[in-house]
Design a protein around this ligand. Structure first.
Ligand SMILES: Nc1ncnc2c1ncn2[C@@H]1O[C@H](COP(=O)(O)OP(=O)(O)O)[C@@H](O)[C@H]1O
Ligand SMILES: [Mg+2]
Length: 278
């Protein structure tokens, strides 16, 4: 059975200027694989992730022919059950750990709580699991970091703690929304490699949301390309060169390559009105 099964998902916001259809019929099916969602800012990547988590803002209207996680209909699910799925079965890693970590609780306390919410039976067990998970995300001194508070951590460390918090509950699916965009390029790759290993080791599914086509194709099996609230193309990561849609082709032509001559200008993507099909 598919882990995620979305058909014709629409999200509409009522604005002062009228109705704004932010997602216009998104369809996506995935199993325990790594799927990247790319597209420019505002194309609907985050909303797609939020819809899976049941976190679309209340003032929006969500409709779909199907919106299911592991065979369960998310649209009709009671909020309590939805929260349980969020805690136990789907984890979310975001760009800014500040919104995930509670500033007034120690790292250890938060990890243990996350583990307990995820179904670990005892505090003792959750603590043990937390220490192990911190070690997996390459935190050198897990005991010390457990006692630390979020503001005492560097950006890269906070990011790893957040990942640990998400996987300590052993979810089936991880949604990573621009998880490393706020980090230095060097730390970025390191964190992504870790994330990749965690996903592989635990056999989780991964939705990796990014505006960076190259990064996504490096870490994912499949790439879903979004434009103006629609999926315009889905490709195997190793077959990006077979891209048909002009927007995807445009994105690829704008990527600098290693043999790119210095001083030579990179192409600038020119958007066409006809890409936004009604
Ligand atoms: N809380 C909100 N209120 C109104 N409109 C929103 C809200 N969140 C998102 N949108 C609209 O949905 C579109 C897609 O947003 P989003 O999924 O966050 O894009 P991105 O691809 O950059 O992650 C945006 O262009 C915006 O117009
Ligand atoms: Mg976004």
């Amino acid at each position: 059975m598919a882990l995620i099964d979305i058909e014709k998902l629409r999200v509409t916001f009522r604005t002062r200027a009228g109705m704004h259809e932010a997602l216009r019929g998104v369809s996506l099916t995935m199993g325990r694989e790594k799927v990247g969602i790319v597209g420019e800012s505002g194309s609907g990547k985050s909303l797609t992730g939020k819809a899976i988590l049941g976190l679309v803002p209340g003032h929006a209207t969500v409709t779909a022919d199907r919106l299911a996680f592991d065979g369960q209909d998310l649209l009709t699910m009671p909020p309590r059950q939805l929260r349980q799925i969020r805690g136990r079965r789907i984890g979310l890693v975001m760009q800014d750990p500040k919104y995930c970590l509670n500033p007034v609780l120690s790292v250890g306390k938060q990890l243990v709580e996350s583990g307990l919410a995820g179904g670990i039976r005892s505090k003792r067990e959750a603590r043990k699991k937390s220490l192990e998970t911190l070690a997996t995300v390459q935190i050198d001194d897990p005991e010390r970091v457990m006692r630390a508070y979020p503001h005492e951590l560097s950006g890269g460390m906070a990011q790893r703690v957040m990942m640990a918090m998400m996987v300590v509950a052993e979810p089936d699916l991880l949604i990573a929304d621009e998880p490393t965009s706020a980090l230095d390029v060097t730390v970025q790759l390191e964190v992504l490699r870790l994330l990749d290993r965690l996903v592989d080791q635990r056999g989780m599914g991964l939705v990796f949301i990014s505006h960076d086509l190259r990064l996504v194709s490096q870490f994912c099996d499949r790439v879903v390309v979004m434009y103006a609230g629609r999926v315009v193309e889905t490709l195997r990561a190793d077959e990006l060169d077979k891209a048909q849609h002009p927007y995807t082709r445009g994105l690829m032509e704008c990527l600098p390559t290693l043999d790119h001559a210095p001083g030579q200008r990179l192409k600038v993507l020119e958007r066409q009105a006809e890409w936004v099909t009604p």
